[in-house]
Design a protein around this ligand. Structure first.
Ligand code: ADP
Ligand code: YYY
Ligand code: MG
Length: 209
């Protein structure tokens, strides 16, 4: 660990090759509005939206050998092993011509975070954190109506527990690095986006400055 050989190995195994990218992690509890606002950000700021959950659901649909395992974990509100999710994110990044990505719903635990950093070498520009209380998130999930196997009250309770125990520590990690931009996500959709615009507009002006 930490030897020159290890370091060289890490660089040569960097799964992105030479591609340089800007990444924003979009985190928040289930139903906090990540997907909804990512669509708004894409429309206004030229990012590509990569939802870890959407990629995993597409993998199930494609009939992949991991499909059944992924489906079972999602149904139980558990977090799929990092190697599976990272591979899907890596492929999506490399296949895309864009160099600016919103990574939504990832990293969801410490294993996700550490493995992604180690394997891709990507450090996020910042973390956009959607702060919302559980009763509101629960109401939204029960009304989401996308036919998801995990939008039932039993799985929702499990997801909230995983969020508090495994995902919030990741947010705290980035908080300690001064990288978290916190949004009050309990407000109506247009108001949440107004707050997000302030953040992304200042990013644009930095680029052109
Ligand atoms: N600010 C908001 N106020 C009320 N409903 C919202 C808000 N943001 C999203 N929703 C709705 O809540 C549900 C969950 O939103 P979604 O964007 O899928 O959240 P996430 O990706 O964080 O789970 C969707 O039906 C969406 O239309
Ligand atoms: N990094 C991730 C992201 C999602 N998953 C799995 C487990 C999650 O409960 C489901 C659904 O994630 P998704 O981000 O689509 O869920 P929400 O939009 O937060 O409601 O996918 C995962 O295992 N690892
Ligand atoms: Mg989502």
């Amino acid at each position: 660990m930490g030897s020159a050989t290890e370091a060289t190995k890490d660089i040569s195994e960097n799964l992105l090759g030479d591609k340089k990218v800007t990444v924003v992690f979009v985190l928040g509890g289930p139903g906090s509005g990540k997907g909804t606002q990512c669509a708004n950000i894409v429309e206004h700021y030229g990012f590509t939206h990569l939802s870890a959950g959407d990629l995993l659901r597409a993998e199930i649909k494609s009939g992949s050998e991991n499909g059944t395992m992924i489906q079972n974990m999602i149904k139980e509100g558990k977090i799929v092993p990092s190697e599976v999710t990272i591979k899907l994110l890596q492929t999506a990044i490399l296949e895309n011509g864009n160099d600016k990505f919103l990574i939504d719903g990832f990293p969801r635990n410490e294993e996700n975070r550490a493995a992604f950093e180690r394997v891709t070498g990507i450090v996020p520009e910042f973390v956009l954190f959607f702060d919302c209380y559980e009763e509101e998130m629960e109401r939204r999930l029960l009304e989401r109506n996308q036919g998801r196997v995990d939008d039932n009250i039993e799985t929702i309770k499990k997801r909230f527990k995983v969020f508090v125990e495994s995902s919030l520590p990741v947010v705290e990690h980035y908080e300690s690095l001064g990288k978290v931009k916190r949004i009050d996500a309990a407000k109506p959709i247009p108001e949440v986006f107004e707050d997000i615009k302030v953040i992304f507009s200042s990013l644009d002006s930095k680029e052109t400055a």
